[in-house]
Every structure is written in structure tokens, then in C-alpha cells.
Design a protein around this ligand. Structure first.
Ligand code: NDP
Ligand code: GDR
Length: 370
């Protein structure tokens, strides 16, 4: 019998890579997607199977982490061997705008998944992966951060994920469930949402390169992050559920760079000369080799409370999960730039041929709200 997995957040960046991985491994994959007024499954459309075919290996269910009845029904129907709880309002800046919704989906959503498994008597059958985050460390108490580093979240998102972390630990201890937290540091890919910083940079500079935009507006350029590739990280999510007993793991590369450096790496990948930084604070600008200002600061992108520095220590994952990231930061940037260059080139050709380019939801401007 093939194993059955249920993925919340299957339409997101990680959900799409994880679904690919599990299908390759022979799983039957069920995913929860939210009802939207337009199509929202672009990242998994290549995996789609006509539901009219017999025994499809990818099955999608409408649902939402804010709806217990729906979650209980889906878990009852699917009887999963593994649940990957990846669904979340995952944007830190947006969580300051929608703190209550973020708590409902990210904190209580996790509780609802755990309760569904418990209520349905599946505690000994179903293994649960909880998508925990380096945002738990927030105002960091120790560098680098490891599993034992104390938490100090700095956003409604971080606080909601703190609840999710502890309720996962609590259900493991209280009910003997196989439930574990992956404390994942930032991971990116060409499928990263357009408003997260790395994608905003590769997409924005690729559009400037094609003459579609003139300037990228940014927030804190000195923020430090440990960036890896999402494809590598979802493999660790799977491995965490294949251990003899459940444990929490930090997944990170152990290398830290600034947002500014990510811009420089992107510019280099586009074949530009070095970016010249001029001015200070909100007046700082980045000038490209041909003389144009391509980066400016917009205070809108600063957060009410910032996480300044994150650097993970993945020693435990290396020793127990055999963790070896396969993608360097330079390779990640190259892959993202190549994909965004192609998108920008397509749009430039459409414009040149006189086609009106589709509205802002399909092609959000380089400087979106978050
Ligand atoms: P994305 O934002 O790309 O995907 C989030 C997914 O959650 C989407 O499928 C989204 O659906 C879905 N979702 C949002 N709200 C709800 C809800 N109320 N009910 C059901 N589904 C919902 O995130 P990533 O793939 O990057 O991240 C996956 C998980 O890992 C998230 O929980 C995130 O917080 C966490 N994480 C991510 C890290 C990273 O660097 N990427 C690092 C550490 C943790 P829709 O497509 O309809 O919006
Ligand atoms: P983060 O990712 O908050 O770490 O959360 P994001 O890419 O949004 O920000 C990283 C850093 O870049 C700074 N920054 C900007 N960020 C955005 N989005 N837009 C800007 O214009 C900008 N300018 C500077 C930010 O201030 C921040 O310091 C991500 C999410 O995927 C979470 O779900 C996940 O839990 C963590 O990573 C680990």
C-alpha cells in the first residue's frame, strides 16, 4: 500500500516542492487548498491529475486552517500516515497588519490539526510535521542559533508560530504523538512569493534589466539572514518524519549574508558591474554601473520591530538527518535570476508587440505593499 500524506499549504512555495518529492517517493498526496475567486494553484499545476482518472495520486480538497469542521472531515476521509502543516499567513510584515488572522491560522490552525488527529483516534498512526521558523529566535539570544537557543519572537507571526511550536511539543508529550517541529531558516527559490525580499530583488532587478521598471524600493538593507534553497529544505521535512522517534531540528546553511549583499549578488548575476552605495539611512541609494539609481529606500518596508540577524547551526540535523544542503547561495541567486529574467523578457516582448500587459494581480508591480 502506498503511504498517504496530507499537506496544508500545498499551493505555497514549500508545498509545491514537497508534493513533488512525495509523489516521486510513491506517496498518494492530498493537499488542502483555499477557495479563491481566481486560480491559485500555479505552483502545482504541473502535478495536476484529472480527478476523473481512476486512483489519482494527487488529490486536492478545499479547506482552511481556520475551520475545524473542515479539517476534521478531511483528516477523517484521508486517514493520512503523515501530515505536513505548511499552511500559514507566512509574511512577517503582513502579520503586523493582520495580527488576529495570523494568530488564527498560524497558531490555532496548528492546534486544530493536532486536535483533529486526536479526536479521530489517529495519534498512533499519523505523524505530524509542524513548519516552525527561525523567526522564533527574533531578538537573538545566542549566535548561531540552535535547538536549545531561547526564543524571543518579534512579530505577531513569530508569536503565533511560538504557540504552534509549543502546542506541537505539548501534544507529543501529552498524547505520545509523533509530532515534530522543523525550525527552518529562510529558504527561497524561483517559486518564492514575490513580496519576500529575495524574490522581490531578483524579480525587481530583472525587470529593470529588461527596461520594464526603473527602480526598486527597499526597507532594511542591513538585515542579516541565513538563506537556503526550498528544494533542499523540504527533503529535511520528510526526513524528520522518518526517524524512530520525533525530535525538533534546526535546518539552516550556517552562512549569513545581508539584504544588501543579496542585491549585489543579483546585480553580478545580471552581468552588471558593482553597485555603488551612496548616502545614508532613508536617503541611501544604489547606483548601477551605467549610472542609474536602481535601489532606493522606502520607510514603508521597515517593520515595527525587526529581526536583525539570523544564523543557524544545523549540527544536529547534519548528524542525525544526514543534512547536506546541495545549493550554494550563488547557485540559488543564479536560478532565481534566470527564472525572473525569462519572465521579464516575456513581458517585454508582449509589450513590444503591442499587447496590454495583464493587471496587477498577475504581474504585481516591482514595489508591492509588503
Ligand atoms: P507560502 O506563503 O509560500 O505558502 C503558504 C501556504 O499556506 C499557501 O499554500 C497558502 O495558500 C496557505 N495558507 C495560508 N493561509 C491559510 C489558511 N488560513 N488555511 C489554509 N492554508 C493557508 O509559504 P512557504 O511555502 O514559504 O512556507 C511554508 C511554511 O513554512 C509556512 O508555514 C511558513 O510560515 C513556514 N516557514 C517558511 C520559511 C521560508 O523561508 N519559506 C522558513 C520557516 C518557516 P494560498 O496559496 O491560497 O495563499
Ligand atoms: P522574513 O523574510 O521576514 O525573514 O520571513 P523576508 O524576505 O520578508 O524579509 C527578510 C529581511 O529582509 C528585510 N527587507 C525586506 N523584506 C521585504 N519583504 N521587503 C522589502 O522590501 C525589504 N527590505 C528589507 C526584512 O526587513 C527582513 O529583515 C521569512 C518568511 O518566509 C517567514 O514565513 C519565515 O518564517 C522566515 O522567513 C524564516
Amino acid at each position: 500500500m502506498p503511504r498517504t500524506a496530507l499537506i496544508t499549504g500545498i499551493s505555497g512555495q514549500d508545498g509545491s516542492y514537497l508534493a513533488e518529492l512525495l509523489l516521486e517517493k510513491g506517496y498518494v498526496v492530498h493537499g488542502i487548498k483555499r477557495r479563491a475567486s481566481s486560480f491559485n494553484t500555479q505552483r502545482i499545476d504541473h502535478l495536476y491529475q484529472d480527478p476523473h482518472e481512476s486512483d489519482p495520486r494527487l488529490v486536492l480538497h478545499y479547506g482552511d486552517l481556520t475551520d475545524s469542521t473542515n479539517l476534521i472531515r478531511i483528516v477523517q476521509q484521508v486517514q493520512p500516515d503523515e501530515i505536513y502543516n505548511l499552511g500559514a499567513q507566512s509574511h512577517v510584515a503582513v502579520s503586523f497588519e493582520s495580527p488576529e488572522y495570523t494568530a488564527n491560522s498560524d497558531a490555532l490552525g496548528t492546534l486544530r490539526i493536532l486536535e483533529a488527529v486526536r479526536i479521530l483516534g489517529l495519534t498512533q498512526k499519523t505523524r505530524i510535521y509542524q513548519a516552525s521558523t527561525s523567526e522564533l529566535y527574533g531578538l537573538v539570544q545566542e549566535i548561531p542559533q540552535k535547538e536549545s537557543t531561547p526564543f524571543y519572537p518579534r512579530s505577531p507571526y513569530g508569536v503565533a508560530k511560538l504557540y504552534a511550536y509549543w502546542i506541537t511539543v505539548n501534544y507529543r508529550e501529552a498524547y505520545g504523538m509523533y509530532a515534530c517541529n522543523g525550525i527552518l531558516f529562510n529558504h527561497e527559490s524561483p517559486r518564492r512569493g514575490e513580496t519576500f525580499v529575495t524574490r522581490k530583488i531578483t524579480r525587481g532587478l530583472a525587470r529593470i534589466n529588461e527596461g520594464l521598471d526603473e527602480c526598486l524600493f527597499m526597507g532594511n538593507l542591513d538585515s542579516l539572514r541565513d538563506w537556503g534553497h526550498a528544494r533542499d529544505y523540504v527533503e529535511m521535512q520528510w526526513r524528520m518524519l522518518q526517524q524512530e522517534s520525533p525530535e525538533d531540528f534546526v535546518i539552516a546553511t550556517g552562512r549569513q549574508e545581508s539584504v544588501r549583499r543579496f542585491i549585489e549578488l543579483t546585480a553580478a548575476e545580471l552581468g552588471w558591474g558593482p553597485i555603488q552605495w551612496e548616502g545614508e539611512g532613508v536617503n541611501e541609494v544604489g547606483r548601477r554601473d551605467s549610472g542609474e539609481v536602481v535601489v532606493r529606500i522606502d520607510p514603508r518596508y521597515f517593520r515595527p520591530a525587526e529581526v536583525e540577524t539570523l544564523l543557524g547551526d544545523p549540527t544536529r540535523a547534519r548528524e542525525r538527518l544526514g543534512w547536506t544542503p546541495t545549493t550554494t547561495l550563488e547557485e540559488l541567486v543564479a536560478e532565481m535570476v534566470a527564472a525572473d529574467k525569462e519572465e521579464a523578457r516575456k513581458e517585454a516582448i508582449l509589450r513590444l508587440k503591442g499587447f496590454k500587459v495583464v493587471g496587477s494581480m498577475e504581474n504585481p508591480p516591482t514595489n508591492p505593499l509588503a
